[in-house]
Design a protein around this ligand. Structure first.
Ligand code: NI
Length: 253
């Protein structure tokens, strides 16, 4: 069985055929999915997904690109309420994104910290989105090493990964691992302690080879496990077992 620890099944790209998408990932032996939210509307859709499908769990949170629409205490209170839902098991995805740079960095940092404080209060694990903001993410997270933290779609260097592992954090890898032009990801994945690695699709984005460029779905998470099996020199079944155990432990489900 496989655990896709980061999907966006509430994306509009799944509006027309979600039941078929779920049937297809079930057939591929994907038995757990965590749906990550991007903004408050996405949080509501995530809750609905967790109610509709037994294998779908959810994370609620506001992505840095939506941080300028975050309404302070009012949205924290909304997130607190949503977190009471039975299958909401994490805060995410939250973090910093300096790639697009259309939301001010100070706003992003404040919204990130406010949601980390909420995760601490709820004792929830955190899914971190870090794009071109490695140092600032790490500086903030140094104040939150008591939390369970995963860097999703890990894209940093080996040196940076070593810092994160030292702080007790987890790394999660996507289909990028299968790309021929993947930079540090394969090296980091090969090095990473086996008990700190999770796999994900980040669908509908980042479809692995041989589906690159197409719509991604949780059905393709075994391709990530297959690449990891090459890098770790073990069977895909063993990788599936290890990464699923890590995911269940991390999310407490
Ligand atoms: Ni994502």
């Amino acid at each position: 069985m496989f655990f896709d620890t980061h999907a966006h099944l509430d994306d509009r790209q799944f509006e027309a055929d979600l039941p078929d998408v779920v049937a297809a990932f079930r057939a591929a032996n994907v038995t757990r999915v965590v749906n990550a939210s991007c903004d408050m509307d996405s949080c509501a859709r995530t809750v609905a997904l967790t109610r509709a499908y037994p294998e779908i769990y959810g994370a609620v949170g506001v992505h840095p690109e939506a941080a300028d629409r975050f309404c302070g205490e009012r949205d924290i209170e909304n997130l607190r309420k949503l977190a009471k839902e039975e299958k909401i098991c994490a805060i995410g995805e939250i973090g910093l994104d300096y790639y697009y740079d259309d939301v001010s960095r100070d706003v992003q940092k404040n919204v990130f910290r406010a949601q980390l404080d909420l995760a601490r209060e709820l004792k929830f694990p955190v899914i971190v989105h870090d794009r071109d903001a490695h140092e600032d993410c790490l500086n903030i997270l140094r104040d939150y090493t008591d939390l369970k933290v995963v860097f999703h779609c890990y894209s940093g260097s080996l040196e940076f990964a070593k810092n994160l592992i030292r702080l007790g954090f987890y790394l999660s890898f996507t289909g990028v691992l299968t790309f021929k032009n993947a930079k540090a990801a394969p090296t980091v994945a090969q090095w990473a302690p086996r008990d700190r690695v999770m796999i994900e699709t980040d669908c509908p984005y980042l479809a692995p080879i041989p589906y690159r460029g197409k719509r991604n779905t949780p059905q393709h998470v075994p391709e990530v496990a297959k690449r990891l099996a090459q890098l770790w020199g073990m069977d895909i079944e063993e990788v599936a077992r290890i990464t699923t155990e890590n995911g269940l432990r991390f999310f407490g489900i």
